[in-house]
Design a protein around this ligand. Structure first.
Ligand code: MG
Length: 277
């Protein structure tokens, strides 16, 4: 029997018109995306544009990726403070925004909504741990009514902590988007080992690469083109195959220079194809 190659996809942000965004994707010969929803997107008015564009496009949206106003990834302390739901003053508006993005995604027939919820404390006894459990349950319940999964980006905590957290939340529609580079960028452990531990919860993956942070610098590591960093991608693909992963290999590349970004996406596509061959 001929084995089917996993599909390669791309994370793109809904920054231009839907038509421009989809053309950007199809120009790479791809037809699967995770759609990043920036905090500035007016979901209510954008939904018609996206519905219309998707209805005549070969592109399938596998998830909506939520980001929030005020998030800042410049160093570890700032990530702790500003990303996800860890800081009380952002919490209510971000929970509301997540539900809004979920409704937008639902209108487009998208079955998953993902985000970084922020650093999950390693200790269950920390008040923040219980708060994150409760709000994740609340979001899961809301999304379940839309028939959607709530998907956590990995990497800001160890796989062991995340595994415990998934069990404590105890919701069937809570899943993981496994990003091996985040494990490297945040120094959260070996990505392949983590993938092995989390495998039964993995709904989707990001194909992203990076290098470890300078110890003691307080900074994150550096993202780089796929195959130039510390993630063992042939091993990653083999591990995915080992547990019959049937989702998409979604390339994520956050590079400010658009020319470099496009070149790195092309590199990622061609290397993934080589590694899979
Ligand atoms: Mg990611």
């Amino acid at each position: 029997m001929e084995s089917v190659m996993p599909e390669i996809g791309l994370v793109v942000w809904a920054e231009g018109t839907a038509e421009e965004t989809l053309k950007f994707v199809t120009d790479f010969g791809l037809r699967s995306i995770q759609l990043g929803v920036p905090p500035t997107l007016n979901c209510a008015s954008a939904v018609v544009d996206w519905k219309t564009a998707l209805s005549t496009s070969p592109v399938i949206v596998t998830s909506a990726v939520c980001s929030y106003a005020g998030e800042d990834y410049s160093d570890l302390a700032t990530v702790h403070e500003s990303v996800g739901f860890t800081t009380g003053r952002y919490r209510a508006e971000r929970i509301a925004r997540t539900k809004e993005v979920a409704r937008f995604a639902h209108e487009l027939g998208v079955r998953a909504v993902s985000c970084h919820i922020g650093f999950i404390p390693a200790e269950r006894s920390e008040p923040l741990y219980g708060e994150l459990v409760a709000l994740t349950q609340e979001i899961c319940t809301d999304l379940a009514a839309n028939g959607q999964d709530f998907v956590l980006e990995t990497g800001q905590e160890s796989a062991k902590v995340l595994l415990g957290f998934l069990a404590d939340v105890g919701k069937e529609n809570l899943k993981v988007n496994f990003d091996p580079a985040n494990m490297v960028l945040y120094g959260s452990g070996d990505p392949l080992e983590a993938l092995g531990l989390l495998q039964s919860h993995v709904l989707s993956v990001h194909c992203k690469d990076g290098r470890s942070p300078v110890p003691g610098s307080g900074l994150l590591g550096k993202e780089c083109a796929l195959g130039d960093g510390e993630v063992d991608f042939p091993g990653f693909l083999k591990t995915l195959k080992g547990f019959n992963y049937s989702g998409v290999l979604t390339i994520e590349r956050e590079e400010q220079d658009p020319v470099q970004r496009a070149a790195d996406i092309r590199t990622a596509i061609s290397r993934l194809r080589q590694w899979m061959a």
